[in-house]
Design a protein around this ligand. Structure first.
Ligand code: PHE
Length: 452
């Protein structure tokens, strides 16, 4: 089955699509609660460091390999490996990537469903005048209601199916152009609101996130920061590789990657500064876990002028931020089925979605009926998150960087990146030594129980 190999309409379109994939629940929902659980700044600063020193080079390499291969991740890896005279086994980088995106989408869609449900809760005025105890109750009531969780997970998956079945090209690129600036504007408003109403708690939140407190740094937090850098940039899943395959030769990879990383980081930081001031001002628990954003932000919306409208808008944008990412998560599985089976694009999309949707149900049940079904002390949701963010993504990322730095012709890479002697030296040391060693060390440490 032949894929028409289209290209992004412009560098801007590509950048926004890549940023659309990168900016998502990871920034707005996951980053703040992880920072809260891991004790704040030590985690945040480690994450920032990893984003630029490890995430950025791997992002560049994924695009570079994708642009070279011009195919889906598995065949791209196979072809590029062959052209460099390397083993076909490198396709495993692509295979684990596709598997990772499949697993991630199963729980990502459940959370996307939460965001969708909250649009309606906000507009119906459910949050009017609420306090922290009330929003906590609304959220835990929702989590124990299998019917609602399933409904919204289904709605969210259906939206994905429709968009991906229609082809993501023009529609997705255009949607990102509208959604991303809108999301940024809303975040600014929320940060402004948090600054106004939370008084001294704003400064407390700022210190919590940014004043170095290295004693709080644990092995667990370092591994989490690395896993999140991968997750947040959509790395290690073949997604950026696939995006690179639609990329024209004229696009400067390094400067585009820098912009995407900066945008991604800014959204995460702004989300933290929108949420933590309210957490502290209301005496809520910073380490509340995955429910954090669904428990704290509604307090703000419930107590501000035109809060139901702003709340509704916020959750619409959260849903769209999730959608522009989840579509990119669905794509690899669809592509694979399309190429490896006789299925057409529409059938492949429906089949992939149903499989992912079904796994999502297990994830939903882990919040209620199956909450005591655990493996290694983790429920299904935590297990999927752990397996993907902390193991599969770093392993695939490691494969990518070793391939890019040791298996590919470095002269060509240097030309493609257009680097002078000094910066290419820095690039080489980073990709050949520092990144692989760091990822291996962090992976190994992550397996030691509670290293400190
Ligand atoms: N980067 C997205 C986020 O931060 C999640 C994602 C991961 C999307 C992997 C695509 C691939 O929410």
């Amino acid at each position: 089955m032949k894929k028409s190999h289209s290209q992004w309409s412009s560098r801007m379109g590509f950048m926004l699509a890549a940023a659309g994939s990168a900016v998502g629940l990871g920034n707005i929902w996951k980053f703040p609660y992880m920072a809260g659980e891991m004790g704040g700044s030590a985690f945040v600063l480690t994450y920032l460091l990893f984003m630029f020193v490890i995430g950025l080079p791997i992002l560049v390499l994924e695009w570079l390999i994708g642009r070279r291969g011009q195919k889906n991740p598995i065949h791209t890896m196979e072809d590029v490996a062959a052209s460099e005279g390397r083993s076909k086994l490198w396709r495993w980088v692509g295979i684990i990537g596709v598997l990772g995106s499949f697993l991630i989408l199963s729980f990502y869609s459940v959370i996307g469903g939460w965001a969708t449900d909250y649009i309606f809760l906000a507009i119906n005025g459910t949050f009017n005048g609420v306090d922290g105890a009330a929003t906590g109750q609304i959220f835990s009531g929702f989590l124990s209601d299998v019917g609602s969780l399933l409904t919204w997970h289904t709605v969210f998956m259906a939206a994905n199916t429709i968009i991906v079945a229609m082809g993501v090209g023009g529609g997705l690129e255009r949607a990102c152009k509208v959604m991303m600036p809108g999301l940024g504007l809303l975040l600014l408003i929320l940060v402004g609101y948090a600054a106004i109403v939370s008084g001294p708690s704003f400064g407390v939140a700022f210190n919590f996130l940014f004043t170095p407190n290295w004693s709080a740094l644990s092995g667990t937090a370092i591994l989490a920061a690395l896993g999140h850098a991968f997750f947040s940039l959509s790395l290690g899943m073949g997604i950026m590789m696939a995006y690179g395959s639609y990329l024209g030769k004229d696009v400067n990879l390094l400067s585009t990657a820098r912009t995407v990383v900066i945008l991604d980081v800014i959204v995460a930081m702004l989300s933290g500064m929108a949420i933590f001031p309210l957490v502290f001002a209301n005496g809520l628990e910073a380490g509340a876990g995955p429910g954090l954003i669904f428990v704290t932000l509604p307090i703000a919306f419930g107590n501000m002028a035109a809060g139901s409208i702003l709340g509704c808008l916020f959750f619409i944008f959260l849903t769209f931020a999730a959608l522009t990412s989840s579509i990119s998560l669905l794509e690899p599985t669809v592509e694979l089925l399309e190429e490896k089976t006789p299925m057409g694009r529409k059938t492949a999309t429906v089949v992939s979605s149903v499989l992912i949707w079904a796994l999502g149900i297990a994830c939903i049940l882990s919040f209620n009926e199956w909450s005591d079904v655990t493996l290694f002390g983790k429920n299904i949701f935590d297990l999927l998150d752990y397996l993907t963010s902390k193991i599969m993504l770093p392993v695939t990322g490691l494969g990518t960087v070793i391939f890019g730095a040791w298996m590919m012709n470095q002269k060509i890479i240097r030309k493609e990146l257009n680097l002078g002697n000094f910066w290419f030296g820095v690039w080489s040391i980073l990709t050949r030594v520092i990144i692989p060693v760091a990822v291996v060390v962090i992976l190994v440490c992550g397996f030691l129980p509670e290293t400190r």
